[in-house]
Design a protein around this ligand. Structure first.
Ligand SMILES: [Zn+2]
Length: 313
């Protein structure tokens, strides 16, 4: 049963690795790439958190504002935030003028600490979730990333961003208050270029993560994003998308995931039996597979079982 072994191996691999393998100093090599006029992206690895990638798995965006660069999502650690700060100052000596967090997952807001004296904007509920869950995320991130996390403390967003037309450092956006990946997911449309920044509502060539997902809500949000018809989409993970593939791929994967788990629950299968099934070719090649599928089974299956199985009175 190779996939079961792989599942166990994946669990074991996140526990302990010999330190001498990482004797070199821990540093992030962050390279902003221009994608549209006045906009850069820093593309994360399409992997799960590891000692090798130091947690640099998230996409960050930089948009030219009036007094500096607007940073969308701040990465996974204080060290990452510092590397961002250095990379950003090479583009604009004035540095970061404002930070936006798309949602409360740690890879999107644990670099906030470095920018704590700036406005850090997010949906109100995202701020509340970051305050409520930041410490437990932090414990998990230290366990996964060890020294990469040294000195990192979760700093929640300090400014509520309400959905609607908003101006951030002189730049106009439409802010969309959505949900489904988490209970509060912000998407932004940049008025000047039409770029749609989705946070983790969209992934491209990297398996979606589901620890706080509501799959039905997520589909509703994806429908709303498809309807925008944006000329370019910056997904939370994966390359810049100029065709809309990130939205359709995320939608198709989540539909398949839900159908697969529902069918398995109807057939009375165990989690281990589900994990032994090979992924369809169209999803097997996504980054972080099959590990992300295993994680989704563990997050979602008991809820789906409860919904599917007849209640015992
Ligand atoms: Zn996320």
């Amino acid at each position: 049963m190779p996939s079961r072994r792989a599942a166990l191996g994946f669990l074991a691999a996140s526990v302990a690795l010999p330190q001498h393998v990482f004797a070199q100093p821990l540093s992030y090599d962050l390279r902003p790439v221009p994608v549209l006029p006045g906009i850069w992206m820093i593309e994360g690895a399409t992997e799960y958190f590891s000692m090798q990638n130091g947690g640099a798995i998230v996409n960050c965006a930089l948009l030219q504002g009036e007094t500096g660069l607007i940073l969308i999502d701040s990465g996974s650690s204080r060290r990452y935030g510092e590397a961002l700060n250095t990379a950003i100052r090479k583009l604009d000596l004035r540095g970061v003028s404002a930070v936006v967090n798309t949602h409360h997952h740690p890879d999107h807001f644990f670099g906030n600490q470095v920018f704590a004296d700036k406005p850090i904007l997010a949906l109100g509920q995202t701020g509340a979730l970051a305050r409520a869950e930041g410490d437990s995320f932090s414990d998990n991130m230290y366990r996964l990333l060890g020294d990469w996390m040294r000195g990192t403390e979760p700093v929640a967003p300090n400014t509520v961003l309400d959905p609607g037309e908003v101006m951030i450092d002189g730049r106009s956006f439409t802010a969309l208050g959505l949900s489904g990946h988490t209970a509060a997911d912000l998407a932004l449309i940049d008025a000047e270029t039409g770029l749609l920044i989705t946070g983790d509502l969209a992934f491209l060539d990297r398996a979606p993560t589901t620890p706080h997902a509501d799959l039905a809500q997520w589909q509703t949000s994806l429908d709303a994003l498809v309807a925008i018809g944006a000329p370019a989409i910056l997904p939370g993970h994966g390359p810049l998308d100029r065709t809309g593939a990130s939205l359709t791929q995320t939608r198709d994967y989540l539909i398949w995931l839900n159908e697969t788990l529902t069918k398995a629950a109807q057939n009375g299968q165990s989690m281990v039996e589900i994990m032994d099934v090979a992924l369809p070719a169209e999803f097997a090649g996504m980054g972080a597979q099959p590990q992300e599928f295993y994680r989704s089974v563990s997050h979602l299956y008991s809820g789906i079982e409860r919904a599917v199985l007849p209640r015992a009175n």
